[in-house]
Design a protein around this ligand. Sequence first.
Ligand code: HEC
Ligand code: HEC
Length: 357
Amino acid sequence: MMKNNETLILAVIVFFSLVTYFLVEPFAHKVLHKHVDSKDFVYDGTDDIAQVQNTITKLESDKTDQEKIQKDEEKETLRQKNILESIVSAKSKLEMKKTFFADLKRISSLKGNATKGKDLYVSCTGCHYDGAEAMGGVFPPTLKNAGLIYDKNYLIGIIKDPAIISNVDHKFDEMVLHPMDSVKYMVSTDEDIANVVAYILETAPKAESLTPKIAYENACGRCHALKYENWTQLGTKPIFKHKKDELAYDIKVLEYEDAIKVYMGKLPPDLSMYTRSRSQDFLRTFIENPQNHLAGTAMPRTGVTADTAEKVLEHLKDAGDTKRHEREEIAIYVMIYIVIFAIFAFLWKKQVWRDLH
Ligand code: HEC
Ligand code: HEC
């Protein structure tokens, strides 16, 4: 009798554990985190255009709802007026983005001349150089590896209009300009853009030289600290002999963080532990287009290639899970040990029971 009860209890526990694990948890996960498909890091504007189109569809359904409520009144309410204005501005944004990405496609098909591009590249290094000053709240990142790190379409786009290609144009207008906005006037014709990009791609270093650490520092490091890797937005934090020097350094970091907070509206979080709190899939699709996960977010799309994104993820794993490589190395020995132990345990059991059977 006793034995039967125990089996029943075990069966109930196993049943509910399985239901929770395979049905409830995945369902809750799906509701809380919508799934975002990767576009394989192709920056052709499909996402951007769909995003504005969704906004328009939503506004139009709001408009119909509002009309139903206000059927008898002749006067337009303030709310209706706002919706109509938003529809007009969303529609003009849609046209603007379609034109932008059509331009991008055209420029992308041109064969740039790297020799001519070299002269124009000087206008980039006016802002982008080692030890460059922050502008508008952020350091211009080094472009030494740009031909390797960034996608070709994205490079064209960032010269044509940095705010649109990084999908943060909602943050800027005639009064508030993107810190790199003036590039539009320095390198403006299709040929010039194609030539500079050809130069950047042609002078790109070899792929092997891009370690996960460098990929992270170039693509994310100017905004996101990584305290477990001793990385601040100013670079790797040196080891100081004197407390006073360390405090002076910390103050410089805090001042930079204040400035970036003003620029972004929010301090970009320290990414040390994100590899544990978010799935790899989330991080990958977030880097590709942050707006797909957090609509209206201040984080720009970074325009990295698929390979660079993998390297960045690798570095985040190294930072947040320092024992990872060691664990993976030891795992095989643990498995071998368990197998040998199981064989001995089996032989021993046979030996003990031999006389009884
Ligand atoms: C007026 C200064 C200025 C000029 C000129 C300039 N940039 Fe920039 N650039 C910046 C700043 C500042 C940022 C950082 C913006 C940010 O993080 O929001 C930046 C960012 C970038 C990025 C990184 C984008 C990303 O999404 O991570 C690339 C690539 C880039 N610039 C390429 C160029 C190229 C190529 C040129 C020349 C054709 C150029 N820049 C000219 C200031 C400038
Ligand atoms: C120009 C500054 C800037 C750059 C460059 C940048 N980020 Fe961000 N990032 C932000 C800001 C600002 C936020 C906060 C966004 C919010 O909460 O709306 C953020 C948020 C995040 C988050 C948190 C998302 C969440 O779920 O809360 C992750 C993860 C992230 N960034 C990863 C990266 C990676 C990886 C890179 C490099 C490939 C990168 N970021 C480059 C500014 C930046």
